[in-house]
Every structure is written in C-alpha cells, then in structure tokens.
Design a protein around this ligand. Structure first.
Ligand code: PA5
Length: 425
C-alpha cells in the first residue's frame, strides 16, 4: 500500500481540517454502489475478474507477439492508451533485448507524428493492438485504417492474424468489423470507463508485450483493492481525498503532481486524465498539472515558489531506488563537487527532495507526499489502485459524478461538422 504523508499540508488546511466523515460517506457510497454513475464502478472488481477470465489469453497473445514481431503498434487515445504507456515508461524505460518496441499512435491527429512513427517502424515484422471502447473515436480509427493497410500490404491474406482489437463486448463499429474479419478481440467491460481501464486488457496486453509481469500486477492489485476497501482514517485513499478537498476549500485550486523519476512522466499524464475528467465538471474541480523534478525546478520552480498561491503539490516518492551510483572523488576537485564524493546519487536526490519540500512549504505551497516502495510491478499496482480509489472518493466528496465525461462531446460536434462528416450538424 502507498503511504500518504500530510505533515507538509496540515498548516494549510481549512480550520476544520480534512473531512474524514465525508470521506467515509463517499467511500461507503462507492463501495455499496449507491452513488452517481454507479454503473461504472466495475474497475473495483477488475483485477479479480480479469484473473478469472481473459488473463491467460492476454499472456498467450503477448507470447505470440513477442515471439514473431519486433514491434507492437498500440492505437488508442485517452484512457485507451495512457495507462499502458505510463506503465511501460515507468517499468521498462529501456526495452530488454527480446522486447518488441511498443509504438503509441492514434492519440492525436498530427501528420508529423504519424509519419515519424511510420518511419521508426520501418519494415520490421509487427502486430497492431487497436483499442477503443466505443469503437468510433476519430483519432484511433483514422490511424487504424492506415496501419491496417500497411499490414495488408505486408502480410496479404494473413494480415488479420496480426490485428488484436480491444473494444466493447457487443457494440460499435470496431467490434462488428473485428467479428467479420475474425480478429482476436479483448473486452473493455461495460461497467468500466476508459480512464479506469488500465487493469483490463486495455493496459495489460501492451504491458505484457513490453515484458511487464502482468500476473504480478494483477495479484498485487487484488490485495491493494482489498486493503483500500477498509473504512478507516488510516486508509490512504481517504487521507489523500480528504486532504485535497480541504485544501480546495481554502482556494488551492491547482494540484501539481511531481516525481523525481523521469520515467514517471506518463504516469502523471494518466493521473491528469483520471482526475481531470473525473472531477472537472459542474464548474468545479481541482486542475491537475504535473512536473518532473528536479528538471522542472529550473523551469517551473520560480512559479511554484513565488507565483499565485493557489497551488498544492503532491509528490510521488519511491523509497527504494532501483539502482545505485556512487558519486566519484576527483583528485583536482576543479568543479568543487568533492563534498558529494562517496555518496549514492539516490541519496543526493533524496536530500534534494527534502530541501525542495521545505522551500515550497515555506513559500506557501501545501505538500502531500505519496510514498511507494519500489518502481516495480507491485509499486505500479499500488499507485493505480490508490489513485483510482482516491479519485472516486474525492469526486463524491465534491458532489460530482466521477465516472462520466459529458464535456468531451462539445469539440467533437464542431470537428465533425467542420470536417464534413455525413449527418453531423
Ligand atoms: O476515459 C475515457 O472514457 C476517455 O478518455 C476515453 O478513453 C477516450 O475518449 C477514448 O475513447 P474510446 O476508447 O471509446 O476510443
């Protein structure tokens, strides 16, 4: 389980402090399925369910892809790609020598990004995993047409064997074409929204192809959700949700999620979607932003230290680093750095993090630390379960439906009309 340290936030709370009674009610409402959007809380059961259903097929498919292909092209947008990308960058930043390269495309409409991906892919053997719950989203659908064409050119009548579709169990264009063509399909369950789907085939298939031990992820997630279901002030999801709502009540309307591991960058993107799409509605919500430390201390550090005082900071800290590097002694010491000699770079980073924390708190930025042991499968599972649970609790605490996203339709209407889609108004 993650540990939440609120010591750097306490002095900034509302007079009454975090409302644990409201967190308890929100948690109860979630767990007994009586809240808004309750038909989308299947993610709470996802790890257990997937183990009983698709996990073996996911493992077998990943094995097949790893044995025959040098690349997997993952086509999806939003919740249909951010979790897998976050996991792969966090856990496998350097692919092993037998790992296929994983390319993510269909998450935008940039011609440059598309052509760059086609160039990087070259003419190696590859498979495609197209992921879309609705099966109708423009960005992935457009990319899929292109990569499907490429597969047909390369493999002829065998192209269909290289396509894996992760989509709704019954409806949508993708599902009907998949059935017609005989593509292997995986399911995005009806009761799981895109941004909560990383522990389904949506995230697990690309992760397994990249060499992540997804069985371990699932086993750890089952345990995590068990622990997070316990009603208690010690429940880290209560602590985080209640603390950020208390801070929001005091006018801290922007939350920056930071980490000292550059490989966390896409986990932060995943977190931004999770919290942004779940909470930003009814003209309220905490704006989720992210920073990468220490790099961004040299770009955003000034703003955080002295800009408008509406920022709160949540730092994900891995307590054990994967590797050690002892800083070298230098006979000349011309750079004056010998005071660091003999110290592990990981310890130097830890001291820097403590120093930043103190500086930001004294500059008026509430600081929450989310501690997780290691950058491994268990650590990943802990973070996913914790953030999902806390997000739902926090959403219910603020009175919104955390599981819908009505606002994302507005741009689509305009775009389809302006692109001349038949029937678009
Ligand atoms: O969380 C969500 O529901 C969205 O971000 C979707 O994941 C995203 O819009 C992609 O939708 P789809 O999987 O239907 O293509």
């Amino acid at each position: 389980m993650v540990k939440v340290d609120l010591s750097g936030a306490e002095q900034f709370f509302t007079a009454a402090g975090p409302d644990y009674a409201l967190a308890e009610l929100a948690h109860k409402t979630l767990m007994n399925g009586s809240g808004l959007g309750a038909d989308f809380i299947g993610w709470l059961e996802l790890p257990r369910r997937i183990k009983e259903t698709e996990l073996q097929e996911i493992l077998d498919t990943a094995k097949l892809i790893r044995s025959r292909s040098k690349a997997l092209v993952v086509i999806g947008i939003g919740g249909s790609y951010l979790g897998a990308r976050g996991a792969i960058e966090l856990l496998r930043p350097i692919p092993g020598k037998d790992d296929p390269k994983v390319f993510f495309i269909g998450n935008g409409l940039s011609a440059d990004a598309l052509c760059d991906t086609l160039d990087m892919l070259g003419d190696v053997d590859f498979d495609v995993n197209v992921i879309s719950k609705s099966g109708t989203t423009l960005e992935p659908a457009a990319s899929f047409r292109i990569f499907r064409g490429l597969l047909e050119k390369k493999y002829g009548s065998k192209a269909d064997e290289h396509i894996f579709a992760t989509t709704d169990a019954r409806k949508g264009v993708l599902k009907s074409v998949a059935d017609r063509q005989g593509w292997k399909t995986f399911v995005v369950p009806d009761d799981v929204g895109g941004r909560f789907s990383v522990l389904s085939a949506v995230g697990l298939l690309p992760m397994a192809v990249a060499g992540i031990d997804v069985e371990k992820v699932i086993d750890c997630a089952i345990e995590e959700f068990k622990s997070l279901s316990v009603p208690s002030k010690e429940n880290p999801a209560w602590q985080y949700a209640a603390a950020r709502q208390s801070l929001y009540g005091k006018g801290y309307s922007v939350e920056i999620l930071g980490c000292y591991e550059p490989s966390f960058r896409f986990m932060a993107e995943w977190w931004k979607q999770l919290y942004g799409e779940s909470e930003g509605k009814d003209h309220k919500g905490i704006f989720p932003a992210s920073v990468e430390f220490t790099a961004d201390l040299h770009s955003m550090g000034q703003f955080i230290q002295e800009g408008p005082r509406n920022l709160m900071e949540s730092i994900v800290r891995f307590t054990e680093s994967r590797r050690a590097y002892i800083f070298p002694e230098d006979g000349e010491n011309a750079d004056g750095l010998n005071y660091l000699a003999g110290r592990d770079m990981a310890d130097i980073c830890r001291v820097a993090a403590d120093a930043v924390k103190q500086a930001h708190i004294s500059g008026g930025v509430p600081n929450i630390v989310i501690e997780v042991k290691k950058r491994d499968e268990a650590g990943f599972a802990s973070l996913v379960c914790f953030f999902e649970m806390a997000c739902a609790i926090s959403g219910y605490m603020s009175g919104v439906n955390p599981f819908n996203q009505p606002g994302v339709e507005a741009y689509k209407k305009n775009m389809f009309r302006m692109l001349g889609k038949p029937g678009a108004m």
